[in-house]
Design a protein around this ligand. Structure first.
Ligand code: HEC
Length: 169
């Protein structure tokens, strides 16, 4: 009777809720240990001047263009898009990390590699500490738009991701 009609519905609903729950973890493929006692916010979004979640809209093409120019001058010394170099390839950074994490890494790399478990792991992997290039917050946000743009382009053109850790896929 009624039960037989609703039961499959309930099961389906439970299934959808369970699957939906996983989505929130999309940005952090790694779940590092937290021996430093960082806040949940810091674990997900890094340590630095960005202390609150930001509202992210569509990619701002004009800002991305300025970000690309900054990237060429200040970041390409150590980063390529689709190859490992002094630092990790940048094609899919925007998929791998939250926007706030990326800004904090750009603006505060010393503390990030010293005190954040993911930053520590990256430093252990790349051996060279990332230099603070003294970008303003606005310049860093423009670079972030550029990183979002190249990730989007990468997906559109099926550009393969380069593993960021040598011994991991
Ligand atoms: C002196 C070389 C150097 C320069 C210059 C440099 N980086 Fe880095 N970057 C690194 C290294 C090496 C790492 C890995 C962490 C470490 O070893 O400090 C890194 C890590 C990062 C990460 C973290 C990636 C991840 O997946 O966690 C981001 C984002 C990043 N760099 C962006 C930038 C941007 C944007 C610039 C320019 C403003 C820049 N870097 C300039 C060497 C550099």
């Amino acid at each position: 009777m009624k039960l037989f009609k609703t039961l499959p519905g309930i099961i389906l609903l439970a299934f959808l809720i369970a699957c939906g729950g996983d989505k929130s973890a999309d940005k952090t493929t790694e779940k590092p240990a937290n021996p430093g006692g960082l806040t949940d916010f810091e674990m997900e979004n890094g340590i630095g001047p960005i202390k609150e979640k930001m509202q992210m809209g569509e990619i701002d093409a004009e800002a991305a263009k300025k970000g690309e120019a900054t990237f060429t001058v200040k970041c390409a010394l150590c980063h390529k898009l689709d190859e490992r170099f002094i630092g990790p390839s940048q094609r899919y950074t925007a998929d791998r990390r939250t926007p706030e994490y990326i800004l904090n890494m750009i603006l505060n790399p010393d503390e990030m590699t010293k005190s954040h478990p993911t930053g520590q792991k990256m430093l252990a992997e790349y051996k060279t500490p990332m230099t603070n290039m003294n970008l303003t917050v606005d310049e860093a946000k423009e670079v972030l738009e550029y990183l979002r743009l190249i990730a989007k382009e990468g997906h559109e053109k099926n550009i393969p991701a380069v593993p960021i850790y040598q011994n991991e896929q």
